[in-house]
Design a protein around this ligand. Sequence first.
Ligand SMILES: [Zn+2]
Length: 290
Amino acid sequence: MRYRWPAGKQSAVVLSFDFDAESGFLFREPEKAKRSLGDLEERRFGPRVGVDRILRLLDRLKLRASFYIPGWTVENHLAPSQRIRDAGHEIGAHGNMHEAVGFLDAAQEEAIMVQQLAILRDHLGVKPTGYRSPSWDVNIWTPGILKRHGFLYDSSLMGNDVPYEVDSGVGPLVEVPVQWLLDDAPLFRHVYGSSNGIADPGRVLQMWSKEFAAMHAENGCFVLTCHPFVSGRASRIALLEELVAYMRKFRGVWFTTCEEVARWHAEGKTAATTRGEKSPRRPGAAKRRR
Ligand SMILES: [Zn+2]
């Protein structure tokens, strides 16, 4: 059964940005981070240049986007974080020091959740409805922590290409799914010893365009995940602009945020219906009633 979007819409597109800055490097390689100015500066390109280029791009395109910001980044790069908020974009949680939760037990993960929410509240006045897990690393118990802390949705899993629900033990949590194909990091980041080269933006434009066209035909939810220190580079900003221009040639594309997608899904009108028929309940909802 095809996923049903709001009236007149055939698919959804979300541009999302994970504003990590140095946080992930500090978590994964704390010893190296004490001396490697090279690694730190590579990531500082995000707050210094990338974020503002992205904000100018979104302003030109008249699009709202979803930004996920670790607590550490908010505290240490407050001005660009405020500019994201002041431009009206969605801000979601993304760990405190970009802790990949596979390294944490449930108590540690919950403590970090409390810290990151306090930082977003105290420094930005934001109570996020959404969470993007650092490195898309999610524990079995993570959805329960998110529900208990009032989140509407997660955007870190790959179990579908339309919004769906994951069980949290305390009711379903909306999932706005991601996928590796639509992440800039494996395509564009230089990592010594990895099998990836640095991709030609033309090739990435073609790949993302093809994925979009196919997902649009499937009534999908196209969530692109980019990082300001990776996609803030000049030719990649140009790529994003070209990609949006291409997608705008299609009829019925809903350019929106993960939060709006999650709210739409939570309304429960997403099952396809024929004209005049009452909207059937989602299978998950039906099961819970029994
Ligand atoms: Zn991240």
